[in-house]
Design a protein around this ligand. Structure first.
Ligand SMILES: Nc1nc2c(ncn2[C@@H]2O[C@H](COP(=O)(O)OP(=O)(O)O)[C@@H](O)[C@H]2O)c(=O)[nH]1
Ligand SMILES: [Mg+2]
Length: 327
């Protein structure tokens, strides 16, 4: 009996050891060092809030166009965009509400820009900076991005440049332990640009593939925050040659209000892509279109939950189908 137990334990240990070794020594072909972009899973369709599907099916009567504008505004598309979109659909003179629906789908997809939605990660290391207001989901998005990269066999280092609160870097360290990345942090109140600089030096020394910098969303004043963020991006650009992405994280549930706040970031730092989080909750989805149109920066990622897998590469077609209740 004892011998049998011993054999089971030894066999278990060998299997566990083999798994660890296999994980550590993945063959080169599996390690996509040449991958120029992030590939975020599209396994789940967006489960955005309000859908507009219910508007269609009947005939086009006097109230139809008005209801359509109201429906789009209710979905957080914004008044200006909703009116422009409905005018475009109406100008085609569709005869049935189903025709209007098909046209609406094309117009909505077309209203999204045609710019690239890939998250660039070309540099060695690739450098990504994540910015946005407090609570928008920056730290969670950094963790999700890091998890995806690690899954793809790339090494990740995170610079916790949110030095405004000590708890911020603690939160990042917890994610790092769970997912498997190290964190470079500074003391509370330390200069975020100095933390970013140290993190870049460490990433270089270790030949890390991807460096992601998390930043603060609140400082003593808005100008103060924007100056600090601009400095972080400036220092990283100078030292690394170029920053691959400055991602602005927006909380989708703040709707139109979030857009005005976002403008401060796009004005102050060269934002190259937008991530909208919390589209799984009360968010009405249409904000995605308003954000892209009003900020003129491509929407690249959407967050649909607190889990590591809940980050999708933004796809306008799939998104609009979901908004319209396509089934
Ligand atoms: N439901 C939902 N919650 C999210 C999402 N992204 C972040 N959160 C939550 O939002 C809160 C603030 O996130 P955090 O990453 O700390 O925001 P930060 O202050 O910008 O770093 C946390 O409770 C997160 O779990 C999302 O896509 N969906
Ligand atoms: Mg944070």
């Amino acid at each position: 009996m004892i011998l049998y137990l011993l054999a089971v334990v030894v066999a278990g240990a060998i299997v566990a050891g083999w798994i660890v070794i296999r994980r550590r020594s993945r063959p080169d072909s599996e390690i996509r060092r040449d991958a120029p972009t992030f590939e975020v899973s599209e396994s789940a369709r967006p489960r955005i809030g309000t859908r507009l599907g219910g508007l269609f099916g009947g005939s086009i009567d006097a109230g139809f166009w008005e209801s359509l504008v109201e429906g789009l505004v209710g979905a957080d598309v914004g008044v200006a965009t909703a009116t422009a979109v409905v005018d475009r659909v109406r100008s085609d003179d569709p005869r049935t509400s189903e025709e209007a629906r098909a046209r609406l789908r094309d117009v909505l997809v077309d209203e999204f820009g045609a710019g690239s939605r890939s998250v660039a990660a070309i540099g060695e290391p690739a450098v990504l900076v994540v910015v946005g207001v407090n609570g928008s989901g920056k730290t969670t998005t950094v963790a999700k991005l890091a998890a995806r990269q690690i899954e793809d066999g790339r090494s990740v280092l995170v610079g916790a440049a949110d030095t405004f609160r000590a708890a911020a870097s603690e939160q990042m360290i917890v994610w790092g332990e769970r997912i498997g990345f190290d964190v470079v942090r500074g003391a509370e109140g330390a200069d975020p640009a100095a933390v970013a600089f140290d993190a870049l030096s460490a990433a270089r020394a270790r030949s890390t593939d991807v460096l992601i910098i998390d930043t603060a969303g609140r400082l003593h004043s808005k100008q103060n925050l924007m100056d600090e963020l601009a400095k972080v991006v400036r220092v990283l650009s100078r030292e690394s040659g170029s920053v691959d992405e400055v991602l602005l994280v927006l909380d989708g549930s703040t709707g139109q209000n979030g857009i005005a706040q976002a403008r401060a970031f796009t004005d102050a730092v060269g934002v190259t892509g937008i991530a909208i989080t919390k589209l799984d909750g009360s968010a009405k989805g249409g904000v995605a279109l308003a954000v892209e149109r009003e900020l003129g920066v491509p929407l690249k990622l959407i967050g649909l939950g607190e889990g590591l897998g809940d980050l999708l590469h933004f796809d306008p077609g799939a998104f609009v189908d979901d908004l319209l209740g396509d089934v």
